[in-house]
Write a protein that binds this ligand. Structure first.
Ligand code: FES
Length: 108
């Protein structure tokens, strides 16, 4: 059964990104893309820049602040290079005013 951890409160505004960590130290970027919450590993697949320091653009495009790679934060897919690999994603749900993130990644 999947395990979730509460990482932050559910007050993220649309377009907001937050840097959080799972209890095992895994860095997580939690964001709000037009009302849809998501969680991804907080390391750009290109050179590990923290994606929480990037920019969330319209259309759920997450732009890395270092070399400008862009990803679809809903699917993890690369939309613009120089990154080649997709984002590592985690399940998210909201309960009791908190954002809960899965300790296991979404595969596939
Ligand atoms: S570290 Fe993100 S694009 Fe290079």
């Amino acid at each position: 059964m999947q395990k979730f951890e509460r990482l932050t409160d559910a007050t993220l505004a649309s377009g907001e990104l937050r840097a959080e960590r799972l209890s095992d130290g895994t860095p997580i970027c939690v964001g709000n893309a037009d009302g849809q919450l998501f969680a991804v590993r907080n390391e750009c697949p290109h050179s590990a820049f923290p994606l929480s320091s990037g920019t969330l653009l319209p259309g759920a495009r997450l732009e890395c602040g270092w070399h400008g790679a862009q990803f679809d934060c809903r699917t993890g897919a690369v939309l613009e290079g120089p990154a080649d690999d997709p984002l590592i994603r985690y399940d998210v749900h909201v309960a009791d005013g908190g954002v809960f993130v899965s300790t296991e990644t979404i595969s596939g």
